[in-house]
Design a protein around this ligand. Sequence first.
Ligand code: ADP
Ligand code: MG
Length: 755
Amino acid sequence: MLESNSLDTLKGVGPKQLEKLHKLGLFTIQDLLLHLPLRYQDKTRLTPIDSLLVGVEAQTEGTIISQAMTRGGRNSLLVTIQSPGGACLTLRFFHYHYRQAQSFTRGKTVRVYGEVRSGPNGLEMVHPHYQFINLENPKPLDSTLTPVYPTTEGLGQPSIVKLITQALDLVKSSPLPELLPSNLLQELQLPDLNQAIVTLHQPQASDDLVSIKQFCHPAQQRLILEELISQQIGLQKLRQEEQKRLAPAFPPSQKVNALLASLPFSLTGAQQRVLDEIGHDLKRQHPMQRLVQGDVGSGKTVVAAIAAIQAAEAGYQVAIMAPTEILAEQHLNAFQEWLEPLDISVAWLNGRMKAAEKRLMLAQVESGAANVVVGTHALFQDAVNFSKLGLVIIDEQHRFGVHQRLTLQQKGQKIVLEGEESDKESVGDNLLKVEANKPYNDGFLSPIEADEAPVAECTHGVHEQRKAESNNDLAQKDKLEVHPHQLIMTATPIPRTLAMTAYGDLDLSVIDELPPGRKPIETAVMSNTKRDELMEHLYAKCTQGVQAYWVCPLIEESELLHAQAAEVTATQFTDRWPDLRVGLVHGRLKGDEKALVMNAFKQHDLDLLVATTVIEVGVNVPNASLMIIENAERLGLAQLHQLRGRVGRGEKQSHCVLLYQPPLSTTGKARLNIMRETNDGFRIAEEDLKIRGPGEILGTRQTGGLQLRIADLQRDARFIPLAQEYSALMLHNDPQRVDALQHRWIGHRVEYQNA
Ligand code: ADP
Ligand code: MG
């Protein structure tokens, strides 16, 4: 059984090598067979030197015309080869032996394989594979592609190739079972599993090598489809599990009308529609798992507040988690303003609170006196005991990452209800126990977040809250688990097919409309050389009552990265214009200092706020209408869009200036141009996908914590709907095959799903 045979049944695999194979996630022979080449080297043909393309790996040949060793800086050996037509290519070696250098004598013909780069003297290859060619008797070219496998230290290409060759021999006598429905294979004319595996490890000259190289060969499509089906099955199972769980049902709320009446605006149609969807979920006795996508400024906060009111009115607590303290504080203010008049109390927790204050807050959360609790991830790290947690809201989810979301979802809040048998129906009046298993301890916060609250080690396990006066014997009670509803909000638009996998276990709502009267932000792109003029322009505007942000991507000045320090910039302004009221926020400030500055800006006691990217998410000061972003070329499109979204929130015409440090690269230019052309988050996300290329948008080959071996969500997006269809069919028709399929593709990582 190759599916279960351990790898040490292969020749030459001792304990040491076994350990290394485990490191690559390979445990069984089946795992090894599915350890497919990452890519292929094509040594079947020669590309003439004058047809080489920068950035592409190729094989070429030429005659050595010079050889030199350079000194100073980095020593290197430079060998120049020339084609019969006179085109030249430099081979550059940083590490070499003297004897090796001597072997590159003028007049010899050399065949090289490597990635072409543009160097100081034209095209070059760094450390190419090379061999000398005897023109009388030239070595034939390879007849097939050379696979390149993922490796690990101490287990290189040759060892992996040897092991795979052994495993392929075993396949002949005991093939792996076919798990895909035969009608699917027939319909798409896809090869059988074993045949596909052989083709991809050992492509033959007769195979369609071009399509193998491009990952669109039927053998690849078959495995991609199988892996995607397995992934969809995982997501659908997760969802089914979630749907079996119980949650408190919240009746429609009366207080919501009071809030709506007090707001200075009426909801947009999109907000209303999304609220209806949420309301429908909250009425059910199963946990809501809903993702609300809405571009920056589309009004997600008020939607969250209305959901919170509904939970609070039903007697349940609400936890709201924001990715930064600034944003948490801002939510605190908004929620206090909206909810407290409705007799819903709002508390707040952060990582920097003084011990006494924190104790007080924790006591209020524990006693249930606090209805709504706002905080950063500290909310889930600290020993927080909710009395009756009914709804968890996670804002600006994109800052937390897909991985963290799943961790939270799977290991996060769980309420265990301990009640008498007869009380099963009335979930609400029972004694609850909250279990919080370190949801955010794995260092997945984005680097920018590093200057926010420290990611504390969290080591809490199960927290129990029991009524002291309760004399009941708990053993006689029935345990009933109740889970809170979850509402996840994000401003990051992701294309639908990606959403189907990255968020495949969630229901999706989209706020696809901005509040009326918003004027599109006008964006200009400018070289840093105009910085002085821009400062003067900004000062002039501020004297006319405009409020502005000036964003500097790094906190400290760093020559190396050409980043402008926020502190230096703030001083430049105050030195020059003592009457300009300038505030400064960055991640090194204490929470209360930050809050003070933000409040002053909100009250228009400050004209200019110089900030690092800590203000990227959520910050809402409608009167601010001018945004300057320095070193914009260093930021990604999604981040630029977020930052720019801090303006354009009021009636005034807003402007954004993207300053860059010349020279600008081609992609840098393309990115900034998109920002200038559009304010539409969906379009920006699509362009981002195009520019950044496969894999990057959701992290390299990783979504939802499930590593993909061969499929690439972007490249293979067109298979996702089919995979979804077949996963449902297989779940329904053939549960046993489904288990085998999951074992095959997720194997030892399956605990992730069962966590
Ligand atoms: P985001 O979706 O980016 O979180 P916010 O919730 O911060 O957006 O809302 C942005 C601004 O728009 C806030 O000042 C908010 O009060 C306001 N707003 C929200 N909904 C509406 C609406 N329907 N009409 C007018 N203004 C609204
Ligand atoms: Mg927001």
